[in-house]
Design a protein around this ligand. Structure first.
Ligand SMILES: Nc1nc2c(c(=O)[nH]1)N[C@H]1C(S)=C(S)[C@@H](COP(=O)(O)O)O[C@H]1N2
Ligand SMILES: [Mo]
Length: 224
């Protein structure tokens, strides 16, 4: 029987209710003003107009000519992109806010590069891949769930405000994951490893939160 009741959706769960709210808020859309204005600045953050530089004190200079990005692990199509191969991928322009765990935030940064969605289309992670570990030329590492890596707004950026990303800020190419604290946005990226199991990166091993959601104030891990 094609009864009307057969077409009724099930009672909303807590999760579907949240998801519905996220739709009206535009959460996860492009990373641009992804929250209502009054929630745009996460708790404990203050706005800056400049762009501070934070790193481990090593600033590797890798030219675009010598730069390579290695995409390996639990994927169907591993890649080893040089500059030309990277620039031959679909190019996107996204605007997003930066939230650093040291409490500064910077609004409306315009990035150009390759979205993680486009990278995923190309490499096709295995069904059991659930995490990524990012490796940088300065020895830095950071870990993400595949879901966070794949989020709307996340991209491998080569330009900021229309100019090549400077060395201090992670050029030639860095990751941008705007919905998490900025330590997840690896500068000088050289390798992306898709993984079945999670492994903490540099700061995660040193007491930072494993996920780092600024709106949940996931700054430090509880078990330190
Ligand atoms: N390779 C690398 N990436 C890194 C870091 C680093 O030390 N090395 N520091 C992280 C931290 S803690 C922050 S806050 C941001 C700072 O980026 P910025 O210097 O462009 O502001 O980069 C993140 N990515
Ligand atoms: Mo940071």
């Amino acid at each position: 029987m094609d009864d009307e009741k057969d077409h009724q959706p099930p009672e909303p769960t807590k999760l579907t209710q949240s998801k519905e709210r996220w739709v009206s808020e535009g959460r996860y859309l492009t990373g641009r003003i992804s929250r209502p204005e009054e929630e745009r600045l996460p708790p404990g953050q203050h706005l800056v107009k400049n762009w501070p530089i934070l790193d481990l004190g090593v600033r590797p200079t890798v030219t675009r000519e010598r730069w390579q990005l290695n995409v390996i692990g639990a994927v169907k199509n591993p890649q080893n992109w040089n500059w030309d191969a990277f620039m031959a991928q679909p190019q996107s322009r996204l605007v997003s806010d930066i939230h650093c765990v040291t409490s500064w935030s910077r609004y409306d940064n315009q990035w150009q590069g390759v979205t993680t969605q486009d990278l995923l289309d190309r490499v096709q992670p295995h069904p059991d891949a659930r995490f990524v570990l990012l490796y940088s030329n300065d020895g830095y590492t950071t870990n993400l769930t595949l879901e966070d890596f794949a989020a709307q707004g996340a991209l491998l950026a080569h330009s900021w405000e229309g100019n090549p990303l400077s060395t201090e800020h992670g050029g030639p190419v860095r990751l941008i994951v705007p919905h998490l604290y900025f330590w997840k946005s690896a500068k000088w990226i050289r390798r992306i490893q898709f993984r079945v199991s999670d492994v903490p990166g540099y700061w995660e091993e040193r007491g930072y939160h494993n996920r780092g959601d600024p709106w949940q104030e996931e700054r430090y891990s509880d078990d330190e």
